[in-house]
Ligand binder design. Structure first.
Ligand SMILES: Nc1nc2c(c(=O)[nH]1)N[C@H]1C(S)=C(S)[C@@H](COP(=O)(O)OP(=O)(O)OC[C@H]3O[C@@H](n4cnc5c(=O)[nH]c(N)nc54)[C@H](O)[C@@H]3O)O[C@H]1N2
Ligand SMILES: Nc1nc2c(c(=O)[nH]1)N[C@H]1C(S)=C(S)[C@@H](COP(=O)(O)OP(=O)(O)OC[C@H]3O[C@@H](n4cnc5c(=O)[nH]c(N)nc54)[C@H](O)[C@@H]3O)O[C@H]1N2
Ligand SMILES: [Mo]
Length: 756
C-alpha cells in the first residue's frame, strides 16, 4: 500500500518556524477536517481554564500569551480532534491480518476509536463488546494468573495524574510493581542518574530562570521540533545577547535560525533570529569527552590562580571534587578531541562562555539519555554545573526537557517499578492494604518476561508499547503469545494489531475533551518538565459517547478485578477532587492542600529541594561523581562500524506519524532514509541515494536488519548515521541499554551498511 508521494531530498535553507510553520498548522487542521473545531480548541490550549497541550512537556510561560501553541502542538491537537472515526463497521470491513499489513501512518489516519472492541479468533476481526463485559474479561484473565507478577501494566506519559495515581494503587492492590513506562525509554537516566548527584531525579530550573540565564547549553535536543514552545525562551535569550551553545551531531535547523510564528514583524519582513552562538557537532556518544574537556579547562585555569571555580559553593555544598579533578586532568587533549570530535580550540571557547556566565542553564534531551551509560553521563552534567555553583540561584540549573506532557507527573504519583519503602508505607496507611515490596519490571524487563513466556497479560494505559520498544520482530513474536493484551487508547496503532490470544481495545476521552460525571464537569492535572502542576479542562465533546475517561476505566477495571476491594473506586470516578485529596495524603511533602492550590489558574510548582540548596542524598551533599574513561557505549572493534542515532522527524509524535516529510532536514515523502556523512558514503563506494541494508553489530548471534534505506548525504560527523524511530527499532537489541536506568541506547546503535 503506497500512501505517499515521490521522495525528494533537498536542503532546507529558510529559518525554522516562520511561514513554513504557519502553513503547516493550517494544513494539518484542513487534513483532519477540523478547521473550525480545531481552531476554536487551539484558542483554549494552554490558557487558564482550558486544557494542556497533549504534545510535549515544555511548560507554558508564567504570564500567559494570547496564542500559546506551536505548529507541532497544533498537529497533536488536530490529530486528536480529527473528524475521522474508527467504528464497528470499520472493524467489520477489515480482518486484523489485513490491518497488520497497513503502515503506522494509515492506522493513525483512520481516526478516533469509538467503542470497546474484542478480538474474535474465528473471524480474525475485532467485534463490539460492552464495557461491562470488557472489564469482566480483564478480571477473569487477571484473577486466573498464578501470580500477579505475570501481568505487565504499562503507562504512557499522556495519562494525567489522577488516572495514573489510581492505576498505581489498583495495580499494587492487585499485587505487583510491574510498571513498565514510556519513561523507561526516555528520561529514566534523569530519574535514576541525578539522585546520586543532587538527590532528586528532576530538573531544577523554573520558567522564570530562562529570562535570567547568562548562558544556555542545549545538548542532544531538537528543540524546534520536539519542544517548540521553548524556542520562545531561546529567541528572547538571544535577543538579550545571551550565548546559546548547541551540542548536537546534527545541525538542527531551529537551533541555527528561527522565526517565531507569533512575531508579527519578523514574519512580515521574512526576518529571523540566529539562535546558537556556537554549534558543536559532537560525535555520537562524544559528549562525555566534551564535558571532561571543559572541566579540564576550568581546573587548569583554577590551578593557575584564575577565579573560575565557585569554591564557596563547592566547600559548602559538595563532596568529591578531588577525584573528579584528578580524572579530568588525567585526560589527554588528543583523546578528548578524538572522542568528542570537537577541536581543542572550540572546547576552550565553549568553556570560556561557561566561565563568563554567572548563571548557566544546561538543558538536554534524548541525545544524552539514550546511551548505555546515559545515567552516568548526566552526572557529569551535574559536575560541570557544580563547578560554578549553578544551583539555587536565578537563571541557573539543570533542565531535562521531558517528552510526553505528563510523563514526569505519572512517575511522581506512583508509576514506578522500584518504589521507595517510605512511599509504600504511605500507601499502606492511606489505603489500608499491604502493597507488594519486591521491585517490578521496567520496560526492558517486561519485554524479557514476555519473551520468556512468564508474562501472560499486558495492559497498556495509552502509548504504543509494541512499536516503541527495541527488537521489534522478537517483541511482536513475544506479544502474540500473551493470553490477553489491552490497549487503552485514543487511536488505532500497532499494539492493537500485534495482540495476544485475547485482546481488547478500550477507547478513551482525550485531553482536549470534556469529562462529565454525575458530580459535574471534571478536570485533571499534569506536571510539566519544570515540575509545575496545572489543571487541564477539555473543551470539545468526546469523540464518541462510548468513550470513557482514563479515571473511569481504571476504577471500573479495579472493581472487576478486585471485587472485594474496600477502596471506594466509585467515589473517585465520580469526583476527581477526591482523588487529589488522596494524592495529598500519600505525598504530603509536595502535594499538601492539592485541591486548594490547584484552584490557582497559574498552577503551582512542586518543591524540588536542590532549588533551595538542600540535597536529599545519603550524605546531604551535592556529589561530584567520576565517570571512568571516555566510553558512554561499549566499544566495538570493527572498522566498518557506524553509530546509528534513531531520531524523530518534524512530522511525528513518537510512533504517531503525521506525514512522511521532515521539512527542516529537507527530506520529503520518505522515512526510510539513512543520513550519512558524504565521506563515509564515498569510502564505502556507495552512490548518493543508493539503497542499502543496515545490520546491527551484536554479539548475541541474532541477526537484525532493516532493508531498503536510501542514503542521503547529511552534515553529520564521520562515523555517525541517523534514521527514524520507530522504523529502525528492529535494529535496537533489547539487551543494549543503560544498566542504571534500563533505558535502551537508541542513540548509539552499532551498525554496518550492506548493499541492498
Ligand atoms: N513534535 C514532537 N514533539 C515531541 C515528540 C515527538 O515525537 N514529536 N516526542 C516527545 C518525547 S516522548 C520526547 S522524549 C522528546 C524527544 O525530544 P528530543 O530529545 O529532541 O528527541 P530526538 O529526536 O530523539 O533526538 C534528540 C537529538 O539528539 C541528537 N543526538 C543524537 N545522538 C547524540 C549524541 O550522542 N550527543 C548529542 N549531544 N546529541 C545527540 C539528535 O541529533 C537529535 O537532535 O520530545 C517530545 N516532544
Ligand atoms: N528507537 C527509538 N525508540 C524509542 C525512542 C527513540 O528515540 N528511538 N524514544 C522512546 C521514547 S522517548 C518514548 S517516550 C517512547 C514512546 O512510547 P509510547 O508513549 O508508548 O508511544 P506513543 O507513540 O507516544 O503512543 C501513541 C499512542 O498513544 C495513544 N494515546 C494518545 N493520546 C492518548 C491519551 O490521551 N490517552 C490514552 N490512554 N492514550 C492516548 C494513541 O492510541 C497513540 O496511538 O518511545 C521510545 N522508543
Ligand atoms: Mo520520551
Amino acid at each position: 500500500m503506497v500512501d505517499h508521494q515521490q521522495p525528494r531530498y533537498e536542503p532546507y535553507d529558510s529559518p525554522a518556524g516562520g511561514w513554513g510553520a504557519a502553513a503547516a498548522t493550517a494544513k494539518v487542521l484542513m487534513q483532519e477536517s477540523v478547521v473550525t473545531k480545531g481552531s476554536k480548541a487551539l484558542l483554549s490550549m494552554n490558557q487558564p481554564g482550558g486544557f494542556k497541550c497533549p504534545s510535549c512537556a515544555y511548560p507554558d510561560p508564567d504570564c500567559t500569551q494570547t496564542l500559546e501553541f506551536c505548529e507541532n502542538g497544533a498537529k497533536a491537537l488536530a490529530h486528536e480532534a480529527t473528524r475521522f472515526r474508527v467504528t464497528r463497521d470499520f472493524f467489520e470491513r477489515h480482518t486484523v491480518s489485513e490491518l497488520a499489513q497497513q503502515s503506522d501512518y494509515w492506522l493513525e489516519k483512520q481516526g478516533r476509536l469509538t467503542e470497546p472492541m474484542r478480538y474474535d479468533t474465528a473471524t480474525d476481526k475485532y467485534v463490539p463488546i460492552t464495557w461491562d463485559d470488557a472489564f469482566a474479561l480483564i478480571g477473569k484473565h487477571l484473577r486466573a494468573l498464578e501470580s500477579p507478577h505475570q501481568a505487565e501494566f504499562y503507562t504512557s506519559g499522556r495519562t494525567p495524574n489522577e488516572a495514573a495515581f489510581l492505576y498505581s494503587i489498583f495495580v499494587r492492590a492487585f499485587g505487583t510493581n510491574n510498571f513498565p513506562d514510556c519513561s523507561n525509554m526516555c528520561h529514566e537516566p534523569t530519574s535514576r542518574g541525578l539522585p546520586a548527584s543532587i538527590g532528586v531525579g528532576k530538573g531544577t530550573v523554573t520558567m522564570s530562570d530562562w529570562a535570567k540565564a547568562e548562558a544556555i547549553f542545549v545538548i542532544g535536543q531538537n528543540t524546534g521540533t520536539n519542544s517548540p514552545r521553548m524556542m520562545t525562551d531561546l529567541v528572547e535569550a538571544e535577543r538579550r545577547g545571551v550565548p546559546i551553545i548547541a551540542i548536537n551531531p546534527m545541525p538542527e535547523r531551529a537551533l541555527i535560525r528561527f522565526t517565531p510564528p507569533q512575531d508579527v514583524i519578523e514574519m512580515a519582513t521574512l526576518g529571523y533570529t540566529k539562535i546558537a552562538s556556537d554549534y558543536l557537532p559532537v560525535r555520537i556518544g562524544g559528549d562525555i569527552a566534551l564535558f571532561k574537556g571543559m572541566m579540564k579547562v576550568l581546573f587548569g585555569r583554577d590551578a593557575a590562580g584564575e577565579p573560575v571555580i565557585d569554591w564557596d559553593f563547592i566547600h559548602t555544598h559538595t563532596a568529591g571534587i578531588d577525584a573528579v579533578r584528578a580524572d579530568a586532568m588525567a585526560q589527554s587533549w588528543d583523546d578528548l578531541v578524538r572522542v568528542s570530535g570537537i577541536e581543542e580550540a572550540q572546547i576552550r571557547r565553549c568553556a570560556e562562555v561557561y566561565i563568563q556566565s554567572k548563571a548557566t542553564i544546561i538543558c538536554y534531551g534524548m541525545g544524552l539519555t539514550q546511551h548505555q551509560q546515559g545515567s552516568r553521563l548526566l552526572q557529569q552534567v551535574c559536575n560541570l554545573l557544580f563547578l560554578r555553583g549553578n544551583f539555587g540561584k536565578p537563571g541557573a540549573g539543570i533542565a531535562p526537557i521531558r517528552g510526553h506532557s505528563n510523563v514526569q507527573g505519572d512517575r511522581t504519583v506512583g508509576i514506578d517499578e522500584q518504589p521507595a519503602a517510605a512511599y509504600l508505607d504511605r500507601v499502606r496507611d492511606v489505603f489500608g492494604f499491604a502493597p507488594p515490596r519486591e521491585h517490578g519490571h521496567h520496560t526492558v524487563d517486561a519485554v524479557k518476561a514476555m519473551m520468556a513466556g512468564t508474562a501472560r497479560v499486558f495492559i497498556g494505559m495509552g502509548g504504543n508499547f509494541a512499536r516503541a520498544v527495541p527488537d521489534t520482530e522478537r517483541t511482536y513474536e513475544a506479544m502474540r503469545k500473551l493470553d490477553l493484551t489491552v490497549g487503552i487508547s485514543t487511536k488505532l496503532n500497532r499494539g492493537h494489531v500485534v495482540h495476544g490470544k485475547d485482546a481488547l481495545i478500550l477507547p478513551v476521552i482525550s485531553r482536549s475533551e470534556r469529562i462529565e460525571t454525575e458530580a459535574g464537569e471534571q478536570f485533571v492535572t499534569i506536571e510539566d518538565a519544570m515540575s509545575k502542576v496545572t489543571a487541564s479542562r477539555g473543551v470539545l465533546d468526546p469523540a464518541s459517547p462510548d468513550c470513557l475517561s482514563e479515571v473511569d476505566i481504571v476504577c471500573r477495571m479495579a472493581r472487576a478485578v478486585l471485587p472485594e476491594s474496600p477502596i471506594e473506586w466509585e467515589s473517585y470516578a465520580r469526583d476527581f477532587g477526591v482523588i487529589r485529596n488522596k494524592i495529598a495524603d500519600v505525598y504530603p511533602a509536595i502535594y499538601a492542600d492539592f485541591n486548594a492550590r490547584i484552584a490557582d489558574p497559574e498552577g503551582f510548582y512542586l518543591d524540588v529541594p536542590p532549588r533551595r540548596l538542600i540535597w536529599p542524598t545519603p550524605n546531604g551533599k551535592a556529589n561530584f561523581l567520576v565517570f571512568d574513561g571516555l566510553d558512554v557505549n561499549e566499544p566495538v572493534d570493527d572498522p566498518a562500524m557506524l553509530r546509528l542515532a534513531t531520531v524523530r522527524s518534524h512530522d511525528q509524535f513518537n510512533t504517531t506519524i503525521y506525514s512522511y516529510s521532515d521539512r527542516y532536514r529537507g527530506i520529503y515523502n520518505d522515512r526510510m532514509v539513512l543520513l550519512i556523512n558524504a565521506e563515509d558514503r564515498i569510502a564505502r563506494g556507495l552512490a548518493e541515494h543508493a539503497k542499502v541494508k543496515l545490520e546491527t553489530i551484536a554479539t548475541d548471534g541474532i541477526e537484525r536488519q532493516v532493508d531498503g534505506l536510501t542514503l542521503v548525504d547529511y552534515p553529520v560527523p564521520r562515523g555517525a548515521v541517523a534514521g527514524y524511530y520507530p522504523e529502525l527499532n528492529p535494529l535496537l537489541p533489547l539487551a543494549y541499554f543503560d544498566e542504571i536506568s534500563g533505558t535502551p541506547a537508541a542513540k548509539s546503535i552499532p551498525v554496518k551498511i550492506r548493499p541492498s
